[in-house]
Design a protein around this ligand. Structure first.
Ligand code: SF4
Ligand code: SF4
Ligand code: FES
Length: 238
């Protein structure tokens, strides 16, 4: 891949053509928070946590869906960006019911980790406190809509890696909900293979293994890489 040169936070850095800004930024040791991004899945650019400022662009752009280009001038941690990232996390926390103390993912939750890293110790917005349900109809797994941040990692892993697309999004705006098949209880899904990939990629306690204790609900971020690399090596072909 041809090498390109760009400036990130006043430092001249190199990247490869075809890489996203997020990839280049991370390759150079700069930490950018992400929630909807997951290596191995298509990019959605939905959570907006990875926003950066690019010279010439009137508004911040998500680094995960913006390609790195020759000569770009990029800033990753301006006061405005840090303020926006805090606001985004606070809005996510206000939108559903994130009672971390009683969540199966407490201590292993990416939302909680990002909030802590950004110094979010209170929420300035009114909590919407929606009445949302849990779906415990699946034999092995559960879905707690209270904790869902609509990152769609579950939708994408099911579609792009497992190849069945059990999950999708129903409704719009704050009423959006992840749904199985055409809004059936997960346990009645005719497409779900019970592979558990969606549970492993979910960044919060929204998707969990039934009966697992908090200490056992550590997600396995390396699972996706192992599956994809194994497929490349044709490990499971007879
Ligand atoms: S368990 Fe597997 S097949 Fe079922 S919804 Fe999750 S990713 Fe899709
Ligand atoms: S269930 Fe989990 S993976 Fe799926 S959209 Fe909600 S937070 Fe993301
Ligand atoms: S990680 Fe880039 S928008 Fe979510």
């Amino acid at each position: 891949m041809p090498v390109i040169t760009l400036t990130i936070n006043d430092e001249l850095v190199s990247g490869r053509r075809g890489e996203s800004l997020l990839e280049v930024v991370r390759e150079h040791g700069i930490t950018l928070p992400t929630l909807c991004h997951m290596e191995g899945l298509s990019e959605r650019g939905g959570c907006r946590l990875c926003i950066v400022e690019v010279e010439g662009s009137p508004r911040p752009v998500p680094a995960c869906t913006t390609m790195a280009r020759e000569g770009m001038l990029v800033r990753t941690h301006t006061t405005r960006l840090i303020r926006y990232r805090r606001m985004i996390v606070e809005l996510l926390l206000a939108e559903r019911n994130h009672y971390c103390a009683v969540c199966v993912s407490v201590g292993h939750c990416e939302l909680q980790n990002v909030a802590a890293a950004l110094g979010v110790d209170h929420v300035r917005y009114e909590y919407l406190s929606p009445r949302v349900t849990m779906d415990l109809s699946h034999e092995r797994f559960g879905m707690d809509h209270n904790r869902c941040i609509l990152c769609t990692r579950c939708v994408r892993v099911c579609d792009e890696v497992e190849g069945v697309r059990t999950w999708d999004i129903a409704h719009r705006g704050v009423r959006s909900r992840i749904m199985a098949d055409l809004n059936y209880p997960w346990g009645e899904s005719e497409t779900c293979t019970s592979c558990g990939k969606c549970v492993q990629v979910c960044p919060t306690g929204a998707l969990f293994t039934k009966g697992a204790a908090v200490g056992e609900m550590v997600k396995d971020p390396g699972m996706l890489r192992r599956v994809l690399e194994g497929r490349d090596r044709k490990e499971w072909e007879g």
